[in-house]
Write a protein that binds this ligand. Structure first.
Ligand code: ATP
Ligand code: MG
Length: 303
C-alpha cells in the first residue's frame, strides 16, 4: 500500500461487516507482476456475504488484474488470496467456480443465436434418460430458466428468442440470474454498466442489489462512482496498481468518492500549473490535499 492511501488502511476485513462475519474471499497485500510489469501491488480486499464491494479505478489501474486473480484466470505473485479463510491459488476458472466464485464478464460468454433458455444452461445442460440414451431435458431447462428469471423479477415474453435480441442490460441480468441459480456465493461483475444507458444501468443495479439480498458477496467493478454508491457497502479505489482508498459506506460520501475517481490530488497539482498560465480559470478546482472540494467532482453522469 502506498503512503498516499487515505481512508481505512487494513480495515477492509472489519469495517463493512458485523463482528465474526468471515469474508468469503480475501486478498492480503496481494499483487501481480506480468514479467517485470507490476500490475498490482499490496492490495487488501474483503468480500462478505450480503455485501457489495465496489472496485473503482481508472483505465489501467489494475481492476481486471484483481478480478482475474479471484476468478482463477491468473495467479497472484505476492501476498495472500484466501477463500473461506483458507489460502488458495487457483490454476483455472473452474476451480474458482467450484468454490462458488462466478464471474460475469463484460463481453458475456453467450451464443447470440441460441435461445435464452439454452444460454442459461450453456455448459451445464440438464439431461434425462439412462446412458447411452441420455439426451437434453429441454422442457425442464425451459421451465427452470423461466422460473429462475421470474424469481429475479426478469420477465421475458419468449425464452425461445435468441439471446442476441435482448438488450445489453437484459443479457447482464440473465447472466446474474444464471450465476445465482448455479449456486454462486461470490459474484464478480466486470463493468456491467459500462456500455449501458441510464435506464438499463438502473435495471442492472437492481439485480446487483437482489443478488446481495440473497446473501451473495458481490464484487462490482466500475468506473462510475454514482453507480457504485447506489449499491455499494465498501469502496476500494485502485490507482496505478495500488489501493488508493478503502472505505466503508459510513466513512465516505458520494462527493468524496467522485473526487477520488476524478483524481482530486492530481487536479490540485494541475490547478497549480494552470494558475501560472494566463487565461485559465482555476477557480473552483481543489487546493492540494483538499479532497473534499466540491468542484473537483466529475460532472453528474459524465464519470
Ligand atoms: N497480460 C498482461 N501482460 C502485461 N501487462 C499487463 C497484462 N494485463 C494487464 N497488464 C498491465 O497491467 C496494468 C493493469 O491492467 P488492468 O487490465 O488490470 O487494468 P484495468 O483497471 O482493468 O483497466 P481498464 O479500465 O482499462 O480495463 C496495465 O498497465 C496493463 O498494461
Ligand atoms: Mg479492465
Amino acid at each position: 500500500m502506498t503512503d498516499n492511501t487515505t481512508g481505512t488502511q487494513g480495515a477492509a476485513t472489519s469495517d463493512t461487516a458485523p463482528d465474526g462475519d468471515r469474508p468469503l474471499v480475501e486478498l492480503r497485500a496481494a499483487g501481480k507482476s506480468y514479467g517485470n510489469i507490476r500490475a498490482l501491488h499490496g492490495v487488501d480486499l474483503a468480500v462478505h456475504p450480503g455485501r457489495v464491494t465496489c472496485v473503482l479505478g481508472d483505465n489501467g489501474a489494475g481492476k481486471s488484474t484483481l478480478i482475474k486473480i479471484i476468478s482463477g484466470l491468473h495467479q497472484h505473485t505476492e501476498g495472500e488470496f484466501l477463500v473461506d479463510g483458507e489460502p488458495v491459488r487457483f490454476s483455472t476458472p473452474r476451480e474458482a467456480l467450484d468454490r462458488g466464485i462466478a464471474t460475469v464478464y463484460q463481453d458475456l460468454a453467450v451464443v447470440p443465436l441460441m435461445p435464452v433458455w439454452r444460454n442459461f444452461f450453456l455448459g451445464s445442460e440438464m439431461t434425462k434418460g439412462p446412458w447411452p440414451l441420455r439426451r437434453l431435458d429441454i422442457d425442464r431447462m425451459k421451465q427452470t430458466a423461466d422460473h429462475e428469471l421470474r424469481e429475479m423479477g426478469i420477465v421475458l415474453d419468449d425464452l425461445e428468442q435468441p439471446i442476441g435480441t435482448l438488450s445489453g442490460g437484459q443479457r447482464q441480468c440473465v447472466a446474474i440470474a444464471r450465476a445465482v441459480y448455479f449456486g454462486a456465493r461470490v459474484l464478480i461483475l466486470d463493468e456491467p454498466t459500462a456500455a449501458l444507458g441510464v435506464k438499463q444501468s438502473g435495471v442492472v443495479l437492481k439485480y446487483i442489489a437482489m443478488a446481495r439480498d440473497r446473501g451473495l458477496g458481490v464484487i462490482f467493478i466500475t468506473h462510475n462512482p454514482h453507480h457504485a454508491y447506489m449499491v455499494g457497502d465498501h469502496f476500494s479505489v485502485l490507482r496505478l496498481g495500488t489501493l488508493e482508498l478503502s472505505a466503508g459506506r459510513s466513512e465516505i460520501g458520494l462527493e468524496e468518492l467522485t473526487n477520488h475517481m476524478a483524481g482530486g490530488a492530481e487536479l490540485a497539482a494541475l490547478k497549480h500549473e494552470l494558475a501560472q498560465v494566463r487565461g485559465v480559470d482555476t477557480e473552483g478546482l481543489p487546493e492540494e490535499g483538499d479532497l473534499q472540494a466540491p468542484a473537483a467532482a466529475t460532472p453528474e453522469g459524465k464519470s
